[in-house]
Ligand binder design. Structure first.
Ligand SMILES: NC(=O)C1=CN([C@@H]2O[C@H](COP(=O)(O)OP(=O)(O)OC[C@H]3O[C@@H](n4cnc5c(N)ncnc54)[C@H](OP(=O)(O)O)[C@@H]3O)[C@@H](O)[C@H]2O)C=CC1
Ligand SMILES: CC(=O)C(=O)O
Ligand SMILES: [Mg+2]
Length: 752
């Protein structure tokens, strides 16, 4: 296990995550078709010569004809990898790849990692400077102080694109936002606070400078490094950047420095702060222990020593994550969108203010639902979570505006409201709902029955579910399961294992099931056999007896067979039509398709029920539903068979006034393509459909499976919706991570 306070994963899982299904976290995907000879002729020689000439004549057109304008280089030499120190350029690659994918995930910025094998400042500067044509911005990362100051400063002078050392300024911006709010909560003024900064490197120096620019007094800040307090007259281990923050004081150690201090800012190394040191800080101390991956002090230890403290760390598994991930994607988004030549002080302060203000606003419903608890501004919520979808709108807009106001925007935005709207639409709400569902599951862990625990893929999913802190797996399987767990390097302690051969629950299960099935032609001994031998029956009985909150199965039998077994034990929810739903998730759009698994020829009433259930799931996943009843025919053209049920469904919904848009029957191209839709101006859909209701299982199942096998989008599901107890049947081909997603969606109440 990783040696962390709140362990969320094993080291094995971290390595598996990075190696499987392919090594690393990044790949390049072409944004243009590359199918035909003509495509190639356009993309490469000879077609490519045309933009070459255009750019040679007018360099600004590089932003129109190449990826430059949305491309950031994440560059490191590995001399200060997180808080782990100088481990070299190659070892920094996982972090830099990670940053690149965060750029994409949070702000739709394309980024590529570049690791440079040198500690020679001049060589590094020259090498980076030469990259200017390729990129819209440079994110320097994990380069140690003091070299990082010279490198960044020189590059800023020499380059005409933003150069931003994130450990310095990204960290400073987020820290400032957190500090503003912590001071508000404890009724302190920046001008009065006494601060101890532990660490005198890239992050610490930049945080201190921004704090001072915002009103914290020079004499009120004591900075410490490995040798203790940086005081006037100290000579050992000094440089010009440390000297700038030296104060006249007779305090020499961190312990002495902290006496009466209001704020501790840790940007140093794991464990640098001891509980006894915080004992003598001022009332309601503010403790930001930001070393990664392990903080200067564990929040639980800090809290034990000082229950009145406001505590933040750089980690996502504690409240108050003060980490530059909250800033860099959005800051670059804003800077790139106005083609800023630099990221200046005004833009940094605008970002810090916007983030601080966001934390003081009411948390939107969809975020609150997924968190499972209301996050209100207070000691455990001084800063928004990185996956708060509002950041994408608020921070880039503030940064872009500041760039325009301060004269570094080379392409100012004319319609700011339009820009904000475009930002909103740029991220797929499903991605944030999924992330939030994972967070929500963590704050309300549930018991999930994994009915096929003898299967390795299921066991790996159960382990990941437990390691992730999402809840307790309840495993159904023979005595071998404990050994299988050990083989996977996991202690079976902490896993609830039920063996249907010798479970003490069997007599009660048999009784319950016999009562249910005796008038459906089952003898008691048939029922005994079912309970003993059938893991789905046994698992479903565990669920109905409340021994788990939800159940996952499906990888060993076909969907239909699994459903038949489950239905012997469990019923549909009252008044609902159970159905299966696939969700296709792209970077910018999500499409829900139902019923893809159960009802062979749904009646009009059933189709209306399916549409209603599907629309509700779409809403829970952050989408305003626009439902289309699909057919080969559009509004009666061509006429033919099988259209009656669809028309009936529309009528049923008309009579119910269900509170969402719906229309049909229509062909998929009409439903999805605005140009085609324009031929039907009377259609009641206000935009392309995002919930597709299929006319029958034949076409539905084929479409869903084709999309899963051939489509570029990632598929979630099928989710089983409309059962009385939450049970999910996964596809037989599911990976462990797909099973975990399904378990989390079920446990979090999204798939129901
Ligand atoms: N939460 C966040 O968003 C971020 C957190 N960080 C964290 O901040 C830390 C520093 O990163 P960075 O500034 O890039 O690295 P640098 O290498 O530039 O600086 C490290 C600094 O920490 C000091 N230091 C190390 N160990 C101790 C200790 N036990 N007590 C006091 N000071 C110590 C060093 O002292 P000396 O000068 O004597 O060598 C040096 O001044 C890392 O842990 C990193 O993970 C960084 C960026 C963002
Ligand atoms: C978060 C980060 O950039 C660091 O710890 O170095
Ligand atoms: Mg860093």
């Amino acid at each position: 296990m990783a040696e962390n306070a709140n362990v969320q994963f094993s080291e094995r899982e971290a390595l598996l995550f990075h190696s499987d299904p392919q090594p690393g976290k990044l790949e390049i995907v072409a944004s243009k078709p590359m199918a035909t000879q003509r495509d190639l002729a356009l993309a490469y020689s000879p077609g490519v010569a045309v933009p070459v000439r255009a750019i040679a004549e007018n360099p600004a057109t590089a932003y129109d004809y190449t990826a430059k304008g949305n491309l950031v280089a994440v560059i490191s030499n590995g001399t200060a990898i997180l808080g782990m120190g100088n481990l070299g350029a190659l070892a920094s690659k996982p972090v830099m790849e990670g940053k690149a994918v965060l750029f994409k995930r949070f702000a739709d910025v394309d980024a590529i990692d570049i690791e440079m094998k040198t500690e020679d400042v001049d060589r590094l500067i020259d090498a980076i400077e030469l990259l200017e044509p390729s990129f819209g911005g440079i994110n320097l990362e994990d380069i140690k102080a003091p070299e990082c100051f010279i490198i960044e400063q020189t590059l800023r002078e020499r380059m005409n694109i933003p150069v931003f050392h994130d450990d310095q300024h990204g960290t400073a911006i987020i820290t400032a936002a957190g500090l503003i709010n912590a001071c508000l909560l404890t009724k302190r003024k920046l001008a009065d606070i006494k601060v101890v900064v532990n660490g005198a490197g890239a992050a610490a120096i930049a945080c201190t400078e921004l704090m001072k620019a915002m009103g914290v007094r020079h004499d009120n800040v004591i900075m410490c490094d490995r040798k203790g307090v940086i005081h006037q007259g100290r000579e050992e281990g000094m440089d010009q950047w440390k000297s700038a923050h030296a104060v006249a004081t007779d305090r020499r150690t961190l312990t002495e420095a902290l006496e009466g201090a209001d704020v501790f800012l840790g940007l140093s190394a794991a464990g640098a702060l001891q509980p006894e040191m915080v004992a003598h800080m001022a009332k309601a101390p503010i403790i930001f222990a930001m070393a990664n991956p392990d903080p200067e002090i564990r929040p639980e230890d800090a809290k034990a020593a000082r229950p009145d403290a406001i505590i933040a760390t750089g980690r996502s598994d504690y409240p108050n994550q003060v980490n530059n991930v909250l800033g860099f994607p959005f800051i670059f988004r804003g800077a790139l969108d106005v083609r800023a030549s630099a990221i200046n002080e005004e833009m940094k302060i605008a970002a810090a203010t916007a983030i601080a203000e966001l934390a003081r606003e009411r948390v939107p419903e969809e975020v609150a639902v997924a968190y499972g608890t209301q996050h209100n501004f207070g000691p455990d919520y001084i800063i928004p979570a990185p996956f708060d979808p509002r950041l994408m709108e608020v921070v880039p807009a503030a940064v872009a505006q500041a760039a325009m106001d301060s004269g570094v925007a080379t392409r100012p935005i004319e319609d700011m409201e339009g820009y904000r709207q475009a930002l909103r639409g740029r991220l797929n709400p499903t991605t944030s709902v999924l992330t939030l569902a994972y967070e929500g599951a963590r704050s309300h862990p549930k018991r999930v029955i994994f009915a096929e625990a003898e299967e390795e893929v299921v066991l790996r999913a159960a382990i990941a579910f437990k390691d992730g802190g999402y809840g307790t797996p309840v495993l159904v399987g023979r005595e071998t399961v404990a050994d299988q767990l050990r083989d996977l390097g996991v202690d079976p302690e902490g896993y609830e294992i039920h063996n249907s051969v010798n479970s003490p629950l069997v007599p009660e299960m048999v009784e319950t099931l016999y009562t249910r099935l005796q008038r459906r032609g089952y003898l008691r001994r048939d029922v005994e056999r079912l309970v003993n031998r059938d893991r789905n029956i046994f698992g479903a009985l565990l669920l109905s007896m409340g021994k788990g909150d939800t159940m996952i199965t499906g990888v060993t039998r076909t969907y239909a067979e699994t459903m038949r077994q489950i239905r012997r034990v469990l019923d549909p929810a009252e008044g609902r039509t159970p159905f299966g739903m696939h969700v296709l998730v792209g970077q910018s759009h999500t499409t829900f398709i139902a019923d893809t698994t159960i009802n062979e020829r749904p009646s009009g009433e059933e189709l209306a029920n399916i549409a209603t259930g599907a629309a509700a799931v779409a809403r829970r996943m952050g989408h305003e539903p626009r439902v289309a009843f699909l057919s080969y025919s559009t509004f009666g053209n061509p006429e033919g068979q099988w259209l009656e049920n669809l028309r009936e469904a529309v009528k049923v919904l008309d009579s119910r006034d269900p509170g969402f848009e719906y229309e049909g029957e229509m062909a998929p191209d009409v439903a999805l393509n605005p140009k085609q839709m324009a031929n039907y101006p009377f259609s009641r859909l206000s935009g392309p459909a995002n919930v597709l209701i299929m006319p029958g299982l034949q076409s539905a199942s084929i479409s869903a499976k084709l999309l899963r096998e051939l489509g570029g989008d990632s598929t979630i599901g099928p989710m089983l919706i409309g059962m009385d107890k939450p049970v999910q049947i996964a596809p037989m081909t599911s990976s462990a991570s797909e099973l975990v997603t399904l378990a989390v969606l079920a446990a979090g109440g999204i798939a129901r």
